[in-house]
Design a protein around this ligand. Structure first.
Ligand SMILES: [Zn+2]
Length: 361
């Protein structure tokens, strides 16, 4: 009897072990298949580090960018100036990026406006927009488009100053329905290139949450911007507007449900996924085990043609990041894409970016 029980136990243990091995190998197989199917990723939102000891060698930064792209499975990177005030020292604009397209065989693509148009918008009150201001702004934007920009960006509607980005990281705010933003949407539609916008979302006026991530330069009360953002979106439906940084939101307001509502109401709204951090709250897409949360996977699956990748990486020469997302975090994109159905992964990795930014092949 004892032997029979032991035998039975052993048999059960064997079955369990076999099942366990089967599960593991199925998982491995599934992971390997998904991995193989993760196509070359297009990063639609990268930057060049400006300032600091490693922040003046533009060519060196681009060489390092291509090396990082090879390491982490990126086929192309769109490099744009971050949203800066007019006259910021060391601001690389389109002029600096022009050679990059040629020199890097289409792997680095330039966007422009963050170092120029953004400053004009930030420093011009909506009621100070005269015909002359509009004319000068249009000329500036048209020059960027003519120089081969694949996107206007990065333009800030609301940009919180973050401790992790250093004390110079600016606080920027402008009404999303500013007449120059409306004009820029019109020019983007005319030129058939998208807009890349940074907007920390404030659905209704709110106090700045007390978190150590914020620099003291941020105001204590944040003004609502969601309704005006929708007015900008509705102003010209032919303007493709890419709202950067879905998936990691320092303010904690950009939850999947609100994004779902905005995507439903606004067919010209797109979003780029920044997956540099993992955390339990719903405004972060990856959980602490780097699993794409079900509510995020559902959002991506329901709007499969509206999401692209945008790392927000600040490229500097040599290894490692000077500020912003780490080099290790670049691996999160392959990891996340490998958890999506292959068709969705292909769309988010590159298909949507090729269409939205008209990149061709
Ligand atoms: Zn950025």
């Amino acid at each position: 009897m004892g032997n029979a029980v032991t035998g039975l136990k052993r048999a059960r243990a064997k079955v369990r072990a076999a099942y366990f091995v089967l599960c593991l190998s199925t998982l491995n197989f599934a992971a390997a298949t998904a991995w193989a199917q993760v196509p070359g990723i297009i990063d639609t939102h990268g930057h060049i580090q400006n300032g600091g000891p490693r922040g003046t060698d533009f060519r060196g930064a681009l060489d390092a960018a291509v090396h990082r792209m090879d390491q982490s499975g990126f086929s192309k990177s769109i490099i744009i100036p971050p949203p800066m005030a007019t006259g910021t020292a060391g601001a690389f604009e389109m002029e600096s990026y022009l050679f990059a397209k040629q020199a890097y065989a289409g792997r680095i693509l330039p966007g422009g406006g963050g170092g120029s148009l953004n400053g004009i918008i930030q420093s011009t009150a909506p009621d100070a927009v005269t015909d002359d201001v509009r004319k000068a702004f249009r000329a500036s934007a048209e020059k960027i488009a003519a120089a081969g920009a694949v996107v206007f960006g990065e333009i800030a509607l609301h940009h919180l100053s973050l401790r992790i980005m250093g004390p110079r990281h600016p606080y920027e705010w402008t009404p999303p329905d500013h007449p120059l933003l409306m004009l820029l949407a019109d020019i983007a539609a005319e030129k058939d290139i998208p807009l890349d916008l940074h907007m920390d979302l404030v659905a209704e006026d709110m106090s700045l949450p007390e978190r150590p991530v914020f620099n003291p330069t941020n105001p204590a009360v944040l003004k609502a911007n969601m309704a005006a953002f929708e007015r900008l979106l509705a102003h010209n439906r032919k303007a493709r507007i890419v709202w950067a940084h879905a998936g990691t939101d320092p303010l904690g307001t950009r939850i999947p449900q609100i994004q779902r509502e905005l995507l439903t109401r606004n067919p010209n709204l797109y979003m780029s996924l920044r997956l540099g951090a993992t955390a339990p709250p719903p405004f972060v897409a990856l959980d602490s085990d780097k699993k794409l949360k079900p509510v995020w996977l559902a959002l991506l699956s329901d709007f499969p043609d509206r999401f692209v990748i945008g790392t927000d990486f600040f490229h500097a020469p040599g290894a490692g990041a000077v500020r912003g997302p780490t080099e290790e975090a670049l691996e999160n994109y392959r990891t996340a894409l490998s958890q999506m159905p292959p068709e969705l992964a292909a769309a988010i990795a590159h298909g949507n970016a090729e269409r939205i930014y008209r990149l061709g092949n």
